[in-house]
Design a binder for this molecule. Structure first.
Ligand code: NAD
Length: 477
């Protein structure tokens, strides 16, 4: 099937975004679970039993962003709402969440003690369809962050034109420090606490930072104990459990489709482009593989453990194998280790932030030496940093459209599950390409006509669509 995808990619072949998950799966058979903390997890990972929430600002030692993720999303919403001359009362409805659930997730861990994690599910706006959004496992997750990410999903699904509202969830747990059975216990316990507000026509979770297809499988199984077998209750599931071909690579692939659309505006040829990836996880490594396939050269990369660079190009596939086998980026033989902050100084054409929010901020944005930034991560750039990038003439393809590939293929998975039917990977990738290109063209036309940045144009388009649906339903008048 991988060959078929290469031969028949059709319109997609222009961009050459062809590497398939099937090929990757055969690559990864031996990789096993090496990236889990497993038996080598640090003992302090199970530290204080109470993991209840803390304020965002107090708990972000590595991140010097001057604002929280929530303030970032609120800023962009406010700017677009003002331009659209949205009435204050309507803006107030759209700013606030429909429902915010916070639950206690008590789990007995290996040390024999009960640890209390905090779990969240925020449903921001459901005017355009069931709530949709990922679930994040990260020690810094809090309500403020989940709220911001849920709102971002509302605008993202509207910009992509798929029939969903916006939601997000999370648990303040570090998955790398848990044994697999502990992670399973956290996942089942969390699902037990939030299943009442979920369901295939209500709210459909998916993977995000720190969660993957295995976690989705546990969620589906737990949900099924109460409601019967319901594959459409979560997306991003393993292929063996009615997951969709193409879902794992979808966000990175979407990022690359966006790059291909934007490149001509800067007279950039993909095969001449050098790129840097900040955050070599799911989104970052897939974007890297597909950029590499277009002939672009990766000259820098980072993850939570450090950063590397090589002017002559880093072997993207070898790095993927190295990470899968449990290696950290600084241990990779084929490149020079650098300070993670120095990653931003690397001269390149494209910088792809694909880690966490707020990593490009007012104290480091000036260091960037790229011509274009395609935001794989959610809210990687603070508003102050965005202004700096604009002054430097760096084109930004914003998160709210650039990383929509994941939710688009999640939508395909849901559609396939509801029909108990499966599309092949080629069909998924081609449909994804069509939706991403359409979103880019609609946003960029609006930006060009009004002489405004892509981000403002994208927010305006998303907000207009949600207002329209809300009015038509009679939810606002
Ligand atoms: P992931 O957990 O697979 O990868 C995250 C990567 O970021 C890891 O390699 C991690 O080591 C790295 N990282 C963490 N802290 C870092 C730091 N301080 N410096 C450099 N790297 C750091 O998660 P993912 O699914 O790839 O998500 C990455 C981003 O993309 C997140 O912002 C997420 O919300 C966003 N996103 C993901 C999807 C999806 O489908 N997975 C969809 C849309 C948006």
């Amino acid at each position: 099937m991988a060959d078929e995808a290469v031969d028949e990619t059709g319109e997609d072949a222009e961009g050459g975004v062809q590497a398939t998950e099937e090929a990757a799966r055969s690559d990864s058979k031996e990789a096993g679970e090496a990236d889990k903390g497993g038996p080598h997890a640090e003992a302090d990972g199970h530290g204080a039993p109470d993991k209840s929430p803390r304020r965002t600002e107090e708990h972000r030692p590595h991140q010097r962003a001057e604002v929280s993720n929530y303030e970032i999303v609120s800023h962009w919403f406010g700017r677009a709402a003002e331009r659209l001359e949205l009435r204050d009362d309507i803006a107030a409805v759209l700013r606030s969440s429909y429902r915010e659930v916070q639950v206690q997730v008590p789990v007995k861990l290996q040390d024999g003690r009960i640890h209390v994690f905090s779990g969240y599910r925020v449903q921001h706006n459901g005017a355009r369809g069931p709530y949709k959004g990922g679930i994040r496992y990260h020690p810094e997750v809090d309500l403020d962050e989940v709220r911001a990410l849920a709102e971002l999903m509302t605008w993202k699904t509207a910009i992509a034109g798929i029939p969903y509202g916006g939601a997000k969830g999370g648990v303040n747990v570090d998955p790398k420090k848990l044994e697999e059975h502990e992670l399973q216990a956290v996942s089942r316990s969390f699902m037990d606490k939030i299943e009442k507000v979920l369901g295939p026509t209500r709210d459909i979770p998916a993977p995000d930072v720190g969660t993957d297809a295995q976690v989705m499988a546990w969620f589906m199984d737990e949900y099924g104990k109460l409601h019967g077998h319901t594959p459409a209750c979560v997306t991003g599931k393993p292929i063996a459990l009615e997951g969709s071909y193409g879902r794992e690579a979808a966000t990175g692939r979407g990022v690359v489709y966006m790059f291909c659309e934007a490149a001509p505006q800067l007279d950039l040829t993909p095969s001449d482009a050098r790129f840097v990836v900040q955050g070599y996880g799911n989104v970052g490594s897939w974007a890297a593989r597909l950029m590499h396939e277009l002939g672009a050269r990766m000259v820098g990369a980072s993850d939570a453990s450090g950063a590397i660079r090589d002017e002559d190009g880093i072997d993207v596939d070898a790095l993927v194998r190295h990470v899968r086998e449990g290696g950290s980026l600084p241990e990779f033989d084929g490149a020079e280790e650098i300070d993670p902050e120095d990653l931003l100084d690397i001269e390149c054409e494209v910088f792809i932030p694909a880690a966490l929010g707020g990593m490009i901020h007012k104290h480091n944005a000036d260091r960037l030496r790229c011509r274009m930034m395609v935001e794989g991560a959610n809210s990687p750039t603070t508003p102050a940093a965005d202004e700096i990038l604009e002054d430097k003439g760096i084109m930004v393809v914003p998160d709210v459209m650039a990383n929509a590939g994941g939710v688009v293929v999640s939508y395909f998975e849901w559609v396939q599950n509801l029909q108990h039917f499966r599309w092949d990977e080629h069909e998924v990738n081609e449909r994804l390409g069509r939706i991403m290109r359409k979103a880019f063209r609609e946003v960029s036309e609006r930006a060009r006509e009004a002489g405004m940045p892509l981000r403002t144009a994208a927010y305006e388009l998303g907000i207009e669509r949600v207002v329209d649906a809300s009015r038509t339903r009679g939810y606002i008048s």
